[in-house]
Design a protein. Structure first.
Length: 176
């Protein structure tokens, strides 16, 4: 393990970023202070790992992933896309979509402030799959073993072992 003390303000206590043995971090990746990267983790190029984020052992962070502050990612997972502050991603999970807050207030009003307890964040439980270009909004829980198909927008909890997908139909009509 490598410990890197990083000081913000002379009055603040230094926070240590730890990187587990056998982990690979590719170029142009940003890892913020206080992050904890487990053993044998791979983080592809151009990724972002936020402040105090925890990444479990043998997890792969895919090229260009944006993982914000205080996110928890379990072991043996594959994560890409975007994960908002305080999101939780379970063990053996694939998350390639977007996890966002519901934004109960206009963003400019809270731009530089911590999220309050009224801002729920997404939870992806163990063995779930959130496919490419899908979006999980607010305090939604995607249950254990659930599957969220590509391009699906989810605003309600997904029960365990359930498939949720968007079936888009092409509607053709003539414009006269």
């Amino acid at each position: 393990m490598i410990g890197l003390p990083i000081e913000n303000d002379p009055q603040d206590k230094a926070e240590v970023t730890s990187i587990g043995e056998g982990s690979e971090i590719f170029p142009f990746t940003t890892i913020y202070e206080g992050a904890a990267i487990g053993k044998n983790v791979t983080i592809d190029e151009c990724s972002r790992i936020g402040h105090k984020t925890k990444v479990g052992e043998q997890t792969k962070i895919v090229y260009g992933a944006k993982i914000y502050d205080n996110v928890t990612i379990g072991r043996n997972s594959i994560v890409g896309g975007f994960s908002c502050d305080r999101s939780k991603i379970g063990n053996n999970t694939t998350m390639m979509g977007t996890l966002v807050h519901k934004y109960l207030h206009h963003a400019i009003d809270t731009w530089d402030k911590e999220l309050g307890p009224d801002e729920p964040t997404p939870v992806i439980e163990n063995n779930a799959i959130v496919a490419f270009n899908s979006t999980i909004i607010g305090g939604v829980i995607v249950g254990e073993g659930a599957y969220v198909g590509a391009g699906t927008v989810v605003t309600e909890n997904v029960p365990p072992n359930t498939k949720v997908y968007c079936r888009c139909e092409l509607v053709s009509s003539r414009r006269d």
